[in-house]
Design a binder for this molecule. Sequence first.
Ligand SMILES: C[S@@+](CC[C@H](N)C(=O)[O-])C[C@H]1O[C@@H](n2cnc3c(N)ncnc32)[C@H](O)[C@@H]1O
Length: 236
Amino acid sequence: MGLSSRRDSEEYDSYLNVTRENLLRDIADPTRNKILLDTLAGFEVARVLDIGCGIGQALFPLAVSRGAFGVGVDVSDKACRLGDEFYAAHVPGARVAFARARAERLPFASASFDVVNFSLALPYTNNAQAISEVARVLRPGGLFLLGIHHTRYYLREFWQGLTSGDLLPMIHAGRVLAAGTIYHITGRQPLHRRLNETFQTKWLLSKELSKYGLTIEREQPYSTRRAPSFVIFKKS
Ligand SMILES: C[S@@+](CC[C@H](N)C(=O)[O-])C[C@H]1O[C@@H](n2cnc3c(N)ncnc32)[C@H](O)[C@@H]1O
């Protein structure tokens, strides 16, 4: 394991710990997720899929609080195991399940879900395959909540690395900026092992989503310039 992957793994463990603490706070105070709850108001929700789910923190507001069935998928075994353990320990009545799966190949029948959440995980996937899978498993009229990392997110990472003299984040951000630029110019995402992470923009997303009958309706109020979040619908 190289230095950067060891660091990635430590950062991921610390991300999972922070997420766990945040989820405990969400459970104690559901108003913390008011915007997500409002997004679902009046929308029929029986089955929710969270892709790149971490420990399933989005499943609490989107599925559990609505009495719906929530499924979390993630490439990380550890995230899925911790998600299972977390809900068994803290929300034993919750109807949730976790499965290790890739966004690019979802193990579900077409039109299985009313809501799909995909928060800050699209950058790490083959975007075209992942978006086509979302469109497939979402029912007509279904709701797709998508959070992305914009160019500005990686420009900031690059700048912070440069000014602090920390080379690894700078190299990482430089690679992502290169891959994302190629993707935006050519319409093809570079999928080399070291170059597959990419940034997205609303312009590129609108183009990719429209191929599958998915339309951006609005941005969430908590959307930021570096990490925009979109409310998207699938054509009925
Ligand atoms: C930055 S975390 C975001 C987690 C969570 N959705 C959130 O908003 O906090 C990205 C997650 O995506 C997962 N991931 C990365 N590539 C993936 C893929 N191809 N398919 C499914 N999950 C993936 C990672 O394991 C990680 O848990």
